[in-house]
Design a protein around this ligand. Structure first.
Ligand SMILES: O=C1O[C@H](COP(=O)(O)O)[C@@H](O)[C@H](O)[C@H]1O
Length: 247
């Protein structure tokens, strides 16, 4: 693996809140501010969101903001290939974010969503996501990440068999296989944004909740192997990583 990052030298910002409500408001304000800036400066924005159990309160707060959502394309940082609705990060985003004015945003699929019509035969959704992401006219990217209790971020898992390839990839989206990883037992087949894909993002936000994740992030700040804690890969980027935490 040639991917290297030095957490000790990383530029990150940490903001903490007393409770979930304040955290959801603070983090959603930051996301909307980054989107509004991109819309004003470049006429549009892309918002890539993560799934999991953490971010729902933040996503629910987003539509309350005054923003021209018709200029915002919403996609996913990663997706789990599964027929089970509760596994789908896209469904989480649809159910939390797409209300009121935010319904005007366009949701970019990363994987067939349970209940949706299947994609055209032969369609390669990873290649399509990659091409969309690399398009010369793609608007500025605002990317929102999470971190699992095992230190994974996006669908980059500790000591995953394809982790090194994903970290080193020129591709901005790749498939990963999490079947060997205990925490991902339910949804082994994944599609994920890579460091190449988030490196040039206009804004990168990491949403964390709980003392366990705070401690784990503290460990990630110590120098060490990215394969042990893939969240360390987020320290590679052109812009600082903004971390929003609450108990
Ligand atoms: O599997 C995933 O997990 C991470 C972390 O989720 P959480 O439940 O610990 O909040 C998430 O960021 C990622 O998008 C998701 O696919």
């Amino acid at each position: 693996m040639s991917f290297r990052v030095d957490p000790a030298a990383s530029d990150y910002r940490w903001t903490e809140f007393r409770d979930v409500e304040a955290w959801a408001e603070g983090a959603s304000d930051a996301i909307v501010a980054a989107l509004a800036h991109a819309v004003q400066e470049r006429g549009g924005a892309r918002l890539l969101l993560s799934g999991g159990g953490t971010p729902a309160p933040v996503y629910r707060a987003l539509p309350d903001a005054v923003l021209d959502w018709s200029k915002v394309r919403v996609g996913l940082v990663d997706e789990r290939a599964s027929d089970a609705a509760e596994a789908s990060n896209a469904l989480l985003v649809r159910e939390t974010l797409l209300r009121d004015g935010a319904r005007a945003a366009v949701l970019e699929p990363l994987h067939p969503v349970p209940g949706d019509p299947p994609p055209q035969p032969g369609a390669d959704l990873v290649a399509e996501a990659d091409a969309r992401h690399r398009a010369a006219d793609a608007p500025p990217l605002v990317a929102v990440f999470g971190m699992g209790d095992d230190g994974h971020t996006a669908s980059l898992f500790p000591h995953g068999p394809d982790l090194a390839d994903a970290l080193d990839a020129e591709a901005h989206f790749v498939r990963t296989d999490a079947s060997a990883i205990a925490g991902a037992r339910g949804w082994p087949r994944r599609i994920t944004l890579t460091p190449a894909g988030w490196r040039h993002a206009a804004a990168r936000i990491l949403l964390l909740r709980g003392d366990g994740k705070r401690r784990l992030f503290g460990r990630a700040l110590e120098s060490g192997d990215v394969a042990e804690l893939p969240v360390r890969a987020l320290f590679a980027g052109d812009t600082p990583l903004h971390v929003y935490w609450c108990p």
